[in-house]
Write a protein of this length. Sequence first.
Length: 126
Amino acid sequence: MLIPDDLYYTESHEWIRVDGEDATIGITDFAQHELGDIVYVELPDSGKKVSAGEPCGSIEAVKAVEDINSPVSGKVESRNADLEDSPDLINKSPYDEGWLIKVKLSNPDELENLLSAAEYKKIVEG
């Protein structure tokens, strides 16, 4: 299971890569593995405001439908249009081609509430 050290994580299995005020959000390798084959993704539109800890979309897999919770608050700058035709990119490349949305942070202090790679690893390895 892949848990890159340079990302932040949530207990609900989202990851976030921060570059200044911009953040890219996706679901972890653990989450995509648990869900199985992902068949549909519902993402917020550009311009929509998202709030830390609140659902901002959903992922539908053969086994289940799960909410995507935003790790941070901010405004959606873009969403991964490639997932409309190829939601399985999340299964193949959860940290690169399978990213979900890009957000402009409205409260960078919220990053302090997120987990490091080491903390997240303890959660998923139980």
